[in-house]
Design a protein around this ligand. Structure first.
Ligand SMILES: [Zn+2]
Length: 413
């Protein structure tokens, strides 16, 4: 979580006498919570998770991930991002349909619980994986989503913090990793990048994630970039888009609960730096270094919610979490990119750098390449092999391929 400015101000006052101390987020007085919110039940087998009202033990977590890969081998594989300092696995479920088809698909990434005690998102991500897999072939909408987007979900980014007291419980979980380092302050900016972050950086560098979110707890607000600056100092270039995305997310959740996502702002969202500025966070790392639009989702005021309330949070969040994956089709600059399998004509790669292949058109079809103003830049006639359309020398941007029957947008990178 991010702590409020008011608390920071209070702490600054109390630290005035000891100016050399840095404020530590976990040093704030904890929110008073009724005792009942501390009721934590653990699932010791994957079957125990069937009602989604418990937290998994570490072994149960591994069992669930393995079971999904076994049960849904054509659409789910489990990636090992790396290991934690104490040797626990940092995993991601890679969910994608029609893998044998050579199609461009944008890649999406969810990650949770980089702060080990903020475990609500951990269970939300597990349940999201289960929902996407179980809905494949059942729900047309979710089947299309899984076919159109490469979805990667890392439920637990800081397993040593979460299982601080051992693999059998999340009670006593801590924010930090085993070296007492805050992983959400130590991307790039840190002198020594912690092991958990290094493997995460390697993983995201090996992919081309275009949209992602990092789930936290301790507050309820959507926090869009930048975290390193206030919006007055440096607004994110896509601030307008972020606001629209956040509004849609918040509105969707509030259809289930009017009071949800209100403990930081009435709107339910904020530019990160306007809440308070941090350095070395993953959100800015993803946005700045990977051109991946990442949102920080603070999803529960209590970091470790009573386990029997987990289904309530899922009720608030599930539609919004699924819709957020689909926001990858609304990214600035990529609106309207052809949704591949919806038509027999295939255009790949898309986005493209120097040329695109067009297949699936009858021999002798005329194809025109137009710029965004409708000016015709080239005309080609298909023959028996895929048509190659040269984009070299064209500026980056959106172009249109038009035939007599259809047209589709392509993006030049
Ligand atoms: Zn956090």
């Amino acid at each position: 979580m991010k702590q409020s400015l008011i608390l920071l101000a209070l702490l600054a006052t109390s630290l005035a006498a000891t100016a050399q101390m840095k404020p530590r987020p976990d040093a704030f007085p904890p929110k008073p919570e009724p005792l009942a919110t501390k009721a934590i039940s653990m699932a010791t087998t994957a079957d125990d998770m069937s009602a989604w009202d418990r937290y998994p033990t570490y072994e149960t977590y591994l069992e669930m991930m393995q079971r999904w890969a076994t049960q849904y081998p054509t659409i789910c594989t489990i990636d090992t991002i790396g290991t934690s300092i104490q040797g626990r696995l940092i995993l991601a479920a890679h969910i994608e349909g029609n893998r044998d088809m050579d199609l461009y698909r944008p890649q999406f990434f969810y990650s949770s619980t980089i702060h080990g005690d903020e475990v609500t998102g951990y269970v939300m991500m597990l349940r999201l994986i289960d929902t996407l897999l179980a809905s494949y072939g059942q729900s047309q909408r979710l089947t299309t989503l899984v076919n159109e987007v490469g979805i990667y979900i890392n439920p637990l980014a800081n397993p040593d913090g979460t299982y601080r007291r051992g693999n059998h419980t999340v009670r006593g979980a801590i924010r930090y990793n085993a070296d007492t380092v805050d992983l959400n302050r130590t991307f790039i900016a840190a002198k020594a990048v912690p092991q958990e972050n290094q493997v995460m950086m390697d993983y995201v560098s090996a992919h081309r994630f275009r949209l992602s979110a990092n789930l936290h707890g301790g507050a309820e607000v959507m926090n869009y970039p930048w975290d390193s600056f206030t919006s007055t100092q440096r607004p994110h270039p896509y601030s307008d888009w972020w606001v629209e995305v956040c509004k849609r997310f918040v509105d969707t959740c509030r259809m289930q609960s009017r009071s949800y996502l209100r403990d930081v702002t009435e709107s339910g969202y904020t530019a990160g730096g306007d809440w308070y500025v941090i350095g070395g966070g993953r959100q800015d790392y993803m946005n700045y270094y990977h051109d991946c639009l990442e949102l920080t989702m603070e999803i529960s005021s209590n970091k470790t919610v009573q386990s029997e309330l987990l289904p309530t949070y899922w009720h608030y969040l599930n539609a919004a979490l699924i819709n957020y994956i689909g926001e990858i089709h609304t990214l600035p600059g990529t609106q309207g990119i052809d949704r591949s399998e919806e038509c027999a004509i295939r255009v790949f790669p898309n986005p493209a750098t120097s040329r695109v292949n067009v297949s699936g058109l009858p021999v002798g079809t005329q194809v025109e390449l137009l710029d965004i103003t409708g000016r015709c830049l080239a005309t080609r006639i298909t023959d028996t092999s895929p048509l190659l359309i040269d984009l070299d020398g064209l500026p980056r941007g959106i172009y249109l391929l038009r035939t007599a029957g259809t047209s589709m947008k392509i993006a030049k990178q």
